[in-house]
Design a protein around this ligand. Structure first.
Ligand SMILES: Cc1cc2nc3c(=O)[nH]c(=O)nc-3n(C[C@H](O)[C@H](O)[C@H](O)COP(=O)(O)OP(=O)(O)OC[C@H]3O[C@@H](n4cnc5c(N)ncnc54)[C@H](O)[C@@H]3O)c2cc1C
Length: 305
């Protein structure tokens, strides 16, 4: 029986583990994919206080080293269900195992939103259609690539790819970007980035791999653009269905909570991007991790008294 099980090893989950461990609690972190969550896919983190610049991967590695140093147990297993038992403990079910804990912190973050196209070509994901430029961009060094999206992730990906690709085409639905001014300025200063505003990518074309994208141009005409790779960065969505028996979800699927990181179930807490909040960033995720773990520790003390 663990004191606390943390679901998700992103910035929020690992910070939850850190605070819980330093409060003397036993902690198991369960992660379905790869350690670090979203920030591990970011080429550059520049807005985390006191760190001028760090790669997202390095940031995640540092955090992982810190929690294992303090005694965290970590397993790569996807949580498929959480149940609260009559004795007030929790059973956390993964695809392979069942674990018991006195308290649980959900830090499941968000996932990439997939682009729905005319022919629904999800089979081309990983074969020219990608959602992570830091992971798959290097395969296209010296080549031309396209980006779909108009916010910070799309801007960061464009700048990263422009540093080693021949040319980067950026497709946006509107004639403006919705990201940080400094990133927009940097994008406009790059000679090998071509912005295609007021466009809508309607299909991915190719048999075994992507050959071209089809798009509606600003004048309404349908065009094709031969390109070996497209990186989609159109936002994120939460995936909290597995926990809906114990938490309330808003109409977007975020877990309803506030700055206390409590849920409607006593002993069950939530931290990071997966909860209702205005700003989804590393700094707010780690803030939540600290709050959720502290409140979980207070809850555990109340069980002992
Ligand atoms: C490309 C990119 C660049 C970014 N740049 C910045 C930046 O410069 N500055 C900034 O502050 N923020 C940035 N962000 C946002 C920032 O990364 C997030 O706000 C923050 O990392 C959220 O952390 P989190 O732990 O809440 O969620 P996540 O990082 O999403 O982590 C959640 C983890 O939970 C795991 N998980 C989900 N469901 C389950 C389950 N059922 N069982 C087990 N594990 C599960 C996921 O696999 C994931 O690893 C960026 C995001 C991206 C994608």
């Amino acid at each position: 029986m663990y004191d606390i099980i943390v679901i998700g090893a992103g910035a929020a989950g690992m910070t939850s583990a850190l605070y819980a461990l330093r409060n003397g609690k036993t902690v198991l972190v369960l992660e379905s994919e790869s350690l670090g969550g979203q920030i591990a896919t970011s080429p550059r983190l520049e807005n985390y206080p006191s760190i001028k610049e760090i790669s997202g991967e390095q940031f995640a590695d540092n955090l992982f080293e810190q929690i294992t140093h303090h005694g965290a147990e970590v397993e790569i297993e996807k949580v498929v269900a959480v149940e609260k038992l009559q004795d007030n403990t929790f059973t956390v079910k993964t695809e392979y195992n069942e674990y018991q804990a006195k308290s649980v912190i959900i830090a499941s973050g968000v996932k990439h939103k997939h682009l729905r196209t005319k022919s629904n070509r999800d089979d081309l994901v990983g074969k020219g259609v990608y959602y992570c430029a830091i992971c798959d961009g290097p395969f296209y060094k010296g080549q031309e690539v396209a980006i779909i999206g108009d916010a910070n992730t799309a801007l960061q990906y464009s700048l990263l790819l422009a540093s080693y690709c021949k040319k980067v085409y950026v497709y946006t639905l509107f004639d403006k970007f919705f990201g940080d001014k400094s990133l927009v300025k940097a994008l406009h200063s790059k000679e090998n980035i071509e912005w295609r505003p007021n466009t809508s990518v309607t299909d991915f074309i190719g048999e075994e791999k992507l050959m071209a994208i089809e798009y509606k141009d600003a004048d309404g005409s349908i065009k094709t653009h031969e390109i070996p790779a497209v990186f989609v960065a159109i936002g994120q969505v939460p995936d909290n269905k597995a926990f809906s028996n114990l938490v309330d979800l808003d109409n977007m699927g975020y877990i309803i909570s506030d700055e206390t990181c409590k849920t409607k179930t006593e002993g069950l807490f939530v931290a990071g991007d997966c909860r209702t909040k205005a700003v989804r960033q590393v700094s707010t995720a780690v803030g939540d991790g600290a709050v959720a773990a502290t409140n979980a520790s207070v809850y555990l003390e109340s069980l002992d008294n």
